[in-house]
Write a protein of this length. Structure first.
Length: 425
């Protein structure tokens, strides 16, 4: 929609102006004011006769009712729906004011369309009055036409069509359609990626007699860079893995898949030679990723017969080992991150678990979640929540922990939330 005193006012460098606008800071006309006697009646005219949308209808204290309408059909100047267009504010001026005298006059507003005749026929059928039906102006040279219509108050508006604008509108429509199709394709591909990544998480749990365990992952985006896994190491031995890929989104998800492949392809050596196993994982990740890509990793192996837990913490947040007597041990870092250095070594540590002991592995998306004051959820809150819900089954406990993190940080999730919990039985 253009605000112009006469039809010729929309001609000139219109297409050039659109191209130049793409290079300028965002600027869009918010609304123009139309003086009316009856807001309700005028609103019905624009919505029912012209197929406009009501984009604002609110009661403002000391201001009265605000109604703004705008074209709803695609193909107007911005090529979007009414919500993205400048609107017409229907305003009732004080009786006897200068503005009141403008009701029923030429508004100077011009609407740009690609087919004046089509709208003339359609709107005429709906009862819109056209004091001036479509015609070609003397300056048009067969490339332009315009008409004048009135609203229910007698306010008049210009309806204008000319070839240059039509070509611009059509180009914008094609570009908009291409953008929408690209967005739909990206959404489809993201949905497929999410399905694929979901399958990378453990689909079954090896049977272990003395340990109950479970894991959850809530990505911040459709796909994420957190990873957890349960590895069957044979001979009643279980591998538990939590990792956090540096970065987010598709790139992190691809690295996560790379890490998962490295862990599962090499896990046959994990029990007998865990250090060699982790060195091999580091080497594969280093060779198959770009410089600067890495992951923090916590790898633990549990022996069902001896209840021994051997672990290596590769730059990951410390696991929390909560003893049955309510004592706490933090299983901190034993080596640096994986995938960043070609020359890399690790160390393993060992704990013996007793019935009633529980431990929790997590990523920093849990402890670094922030509330509106910028305060982090932190390890202490995680530990407090784990103790509070310790009586629940593991799936319920992990769901309760994730729920408390989300309640603490109710705004948009900034990082993946991943947890493994295990209880010695």
């Amino acid at each position: 929609m253009e605000h112009s005193a006469h039809p010729g006012g929309v001609l000139g460098p219109h297409a050039a102006a659109i191209r130049a606008a793409l290079l300028q800071p965002f600027l869009r006309l918010n609304f123009v004011t139309l003086w009316v006697r009856d807001q309700e009646r005028s609103q019905r005219f624009f919505v029912e006769k012209l197929n406009f949308e009501t984009i604002v209808d609110v009661q403002i204290p000391e201001e009265g009712r605000w109604i703004i309408v705008a074209p709803s059909a695609p193909g107007w100047l911005s090529g979007t729906t009414g919500a993205g267009l400048p609107g017409i504010a229907l305003v009732v001026p004080p009786e006897g004011s200068a503005e009141h005298q403008h009701i029923g006059q030429n508004t100077g507003f011009s609407f740009l369309t690609e087919d004046v005749c089509r709208l003339f026929e359609e709107w005429t059928r709906r009862g819109v009055r056209f004091p001036l039906p479509p015609m070609e102006p003397s300056w048009g040279s067969g490339q332009a036409r315009y008409a004048v219509f009135e609203d229910v108050e007698g306010n008049s508006f210009s309806l204008i069509e000319f070839d240059e604008a039509t070509r611009t509108l059509e180009a914008e429509r094609r570009a908009q359609a291409a953008r929408l199709e690209a967005e739909r394709q990206a959404a489809r591909e993201l949905a497929i990626a999410k399905q694929v990544q979901t399958r990378l998480f453990p689909q079954r749990q090896p049977l272990i007699r003395t340990l109950a365990y479970a894991g959850i992952c809530h990505p911040a985006r459709s796909v994420g860079g957190d990873y957890y896994d349960f590895l069957d190491l044979g001979s009643r031995r279980l591998g538990l893995v939590v990792a956090d890929i540096a970065g987010k989104g598709i790139g992190a998800a691809l690295l996560m898949a790379n890490l998962q492949a490295a862990l599962r392809s090499q896990c046959a050596t994990a029990w007998e030679q865990p250090e060699r196993f982790l060195r091999s994982v580091n080497q594969l990740l280093y060779e198959n990723t770009a410089d600067g890509d890495y992951a923090t990793l916590f790898f633990a192996e549990y022996d069902d017969d001896t209840r021994k837990l051997r672990y290596s913490n590769c730059g990951h947040p410390p696991a929390l080992l909560l003893r049955g007597d309510d004592g706490l041990e933090r299983l901190g870092s034993t080596c640096t991150v994986v995938g960043l250095f070609e020359s890399w070594d690790c160390a393993m540590e060992e704990r013996v678990l007793a019935p009633g002991d529980a431990f929790f592995l997590y990523t920093d998306g849990v402890t670094e979640a922030r509330n509106d004051e910028g305060e982090e959820f932190g390890e202490d809150r995680l530990l407090q929540a784990a103790r509070q819900h310790r009586h629940l089954s593991l799936p319920e406990l992990l769901a309760a922990l994730a729920d408390q993190v989300r309640k603490f940080s109710p705004h948009e999730q900034a990082d993946d939330i991943t947890l493994i919990g295990a209880k010695c039985t």
